[in-house]
Write a protein that binds this ligand. Structure first.
Ligand SMILES: Nc1ncnc2c1ncn2[C@@H]1O[C@H](COP(=O)(O)OP(=O)(O)OP(=O)(O)O)[C@@H](O)[C@H]1O
Ligand SMILES: [Mg+2]
Length: 263
């Protein structure tokens, strides 16, 4: 049964999409079957894995509005084991079109639950907003990854996100644990990065992934070629760090499983 992880932070430009694409590809490289769900009208995950937004037969919008199933919207990518539910700018209309629809927060969850047995992991790239699209991502997810850029205002947005997660836990009786807080665009030559990282580790404790994602030009370049960084430059620091993150997540899940089977 595939684990569904939403990659979320309402702050823009913190590395959600870069993480969604490259974590998904790193998991697929490890011979897992992975579905990447582009939940953002910007469609950056879609173009980032080389799928053109120009002529989508179906998209995440159709899945949310119920005009097609998740499997009908799924396309294969050039990358073995990596599948995609694409998105384009039309997705923004789902926020309005679903307003009067009953159970509107559960649309993505219901659609993904129908296909989760076919995948090892399903990763949802959420938009930089606390809107209905983001809410659908969080309600669908078994856990969340929160990428945080190590910069001055990093902690400020985090408390708002924690509040939202807490409200979802209460409103939907949905556990929604934090899979991990991911430090992105990490540059340990700067005092500021080190200071923010240490504040975040103090605040979140063990919830912060051991793996950090360094600032890497290769990670920024890869999407313009429509490739995950492991296809673009597998020896780069960026590729190495996302492969390490995939291993950390898989190891955590195995440890959790064996703990429950012993307990
Ligand atoms: N580790 C990194 N090193 C260098 N550049 C990075 C790194 N991670 C992300 N970037 C670049 O920073 C920008 C923002 O990253 P990304 O699109 O992943 O963030 P996002 O949180 O998905 O943004 P949005 O909120 O707009 O969806 C992009 O140009 C991306 O290429
Ligand atoms: Mg994004």
């Amino acid at each position: 049964m595939g684990k569904i992880i939403a990659i979320t932070n309402q702050k823009g430009g913190v590395g959600k999409t870069t993480t969604a694409i490259n974590l998904a590809a790193s998991m697929a490289l490890g011979e897992l079957k992975v579905l990447l769900v582009d939940g953002d009208p910007q469609g950056n995950s879609t173009s980032g894995v080389g799928v053109s937004k120009d002529a989508l037969a179906h998209s995440c919008y159709d899945v949310l509005t119920g005009s097609c199933t998740a499997s009908e919207a799924t396309v294969a990518t050039d990358f073995d084991g990596l599948f995609l539910i694409p998105a384009d700018k039309n997705l923004v209309a789902a926020n309005i079109d679903l307003v009067d629809v009953p159970e509107r927060e559960f649309r993505l969850r219901d659609a993904l639950h129908a296909v989760r047995s076919q995948y090892d992991y399903i990763l949802i790239d959420c938009p930089p907003a606390l809107d209905l699209l983001n809410l659908n991502g969080l309600v669908a997810a078994d856990s969340i990854i929160v990428p945080i850029q190590c910069e001055f205002f990093a902690l400020e947005g985090v408390s708002q996100l924690i509040d939202t997660v807490q409200r979802i836990r209460e409103a939907f009786q949905h556990e929604l644990p934090i899979e991990g807080v991911l430090l992105t665009m990490y540059d340990d030559r700067t005092n500021l990065t080190r200071q923010v990282a240490s504040d975040l580790r103090e605040f979140f404790g063990k919830q912060v992934f051991e793996t950090v994602i360094p600032r890497s030009i290769r990670l920024a370049e890869a999407p313009s070629f429509g490739k995950p960084v492991i296809s673009y430059d597998v020896r780069s620091k960026g590729a190495e760090s996302y492969i390490k993150l995939a291993k950390e997540i898989i190891a955590n899940e195995q440890a959790a499983r064996s703990a429950t089977s012993i307990g």
